[in-house]
Design a protein around this ligand. Sequence first.
Ligand code: 13P
Length: 251
Amino acid sequence: MGMRVPLIAGNWKMYKTREEALEFARRFKELYRDTDIRAAVIAPYTQLDVLVSAFKGSGVGVGAQNVHFEDEGAFTGEISVPMLKELGVDFCIVGHSERRQYFGETDETVNLKLKKLLRESDITPILCVGEVLAEREQGVQNEVVSGQLEKDLEGLTAEEAGRLVIAYEPVWAIGTGKTATPEQAEEMCAMIRNAVSEMFDEDTCDRVIIQYGGSVKPENATEIMNMDEIDGALVGGASLDPEKFMDIINF
Ligand code: 13P
């Protein structure tokens, strides 16, 4: 794992009211004290401001789940990078499979969003890539993921690419209780690192944090986190409960 600091992030998706978010923060801060693994909570927009305040000084990062690539404009329902900067968030997910599947996210918009975040903010993008079940069954997962990376990272400099977190999230393992085997996850994370090395250079691929996501739970966190090429996890369902999320962090 070299110089990379592991990062375990919880993607809350469209869960938790403000009251529930604050209750989580209260409990999680107690549990997280004295932990050296980096952790972050990726929450709905409306909970970000109170979570940034609640986690201030605790070492727990806060992130958004999406962003628009323009600064402002007639884009009803969207949130821009300057708006996220103002809130003081540390991370922003880009290209989650649920956004690709249900909200028309494409590799082209992902690319614009990554450039905007990397060039105009200190917010660390968490880029999600991964194949669907039919692609895994046809054995084309490597081509699918390397194709996504080529388009998503197009035009980035090595310095910019080196600041990314990339989450490998096989779509068939999300919310299904079906985890990729540690070997499947490791193989793809190694492929991703290799693709980054080919697109940029050795140094950049050593820097990039690569996470696995898809039904990560306390019961399978150890074997996943112990893989060489996996630097962390992007956790959905199991991150909603502070005890469970902490059990994963303490893998
Ligand atoms: P689950 O952990 O609920 O499978 O979700 C994974 C995910 O999509 C995280 O972004």
